[in-house]
Design a protein around this ligand. Sequence first.
Ligand SMILES: Nc1ncnc2c1ncn2[C@@H]1O[C@H](COP(=O)(O)OP(=O)(O)OP(=O)(O)O)[C@@H](O)[C@H]1O
Length: 259
Amino acid sequence: MDVLNLSQIMMQFGGVVAIDGLDLEVHEGEIVALIGPNGAGKTTVFNVVTGVYEPTQGKVQFKGQDITGMRVDRITRKGIARTFQNIRLFKEMTVFENVLIPQHMNLQNNFFSTVFRTGKARKEEEGMKEQALELLKTVGLLEVKDEKASSLPYGQQRHLEIARALATKPQLLLLDEPAAGMNPQETLELTQFIKRIRDTFHLTVFMIEHHMDLVMEISDRIYVLDFGKLIARGTAEEIQQNERVIEAYLGVSEDAENQ
Ligand SMILES: Nc1ncnc2c1ncn2[C@@H]1O[C@H](COP(=O)(O)OP(=O)(O)OP(=O)(O)O)[C@@H](O)[C@H]1O
């Protein structure tokens, strides 16, 4: 089944065509990467999927349901969560509080019972705390649950950000450059972490990433964007051998590395 299906997506900002007729699908349980040079339109794709932007044209479907132009919070409730290029944690709060807060999004109780702390609301709150602890245990952050988020090493902050996204119980997880700023060891740990959470939480993962080692190691399939247009799609092997990709992207990044 397609968890995510984009058909003929067009996103224009004034005269800028950020996405130009994109067709893309992500199947259940897959890890799919979206790559391309800076400004290719990758983050805009995420913003269209998560409801930040309504596409100028085209349709976004999540598990067969049309979610085009739906509000961000409604899309989150449907089961799509994301992380951002720049870490967006509640820095002054503890690790535990960081995963507890998003769970309120899933709260079944109404405003009245929450404010007046009825028995049901209290029980629900207890349940959320237990689930938050369970989540931290699963992602290996239980030992640091009382630490301030900002005091964690960089790699762990990234893990926490992903854990926080998982707290909304998504089926589809969007990761926007999760390895940005990581050293090779942290990148390797992240690769294993993403695979582990995909299996543990039965997730489908759609990620934007510039670290080619990570992309090639982890992706079932890869889409390549350039100037808003899809220039290639396929397995890691196919993408590595694709002339247009080498020219538009891999060639560029090698040059950039040599500078
Ligand atoms: N809100 C906006 N208003 C106007 N132009 C925008 C807006 N958002 C994105 N763009 C433009 O759309 C194009 C695609 O940008 P986008 O951020 O999606 O690229 P990207 O592939 O994610 O780049 P990077 O790898 O640098 O993050 C760029 O030309 C950008 O300037």
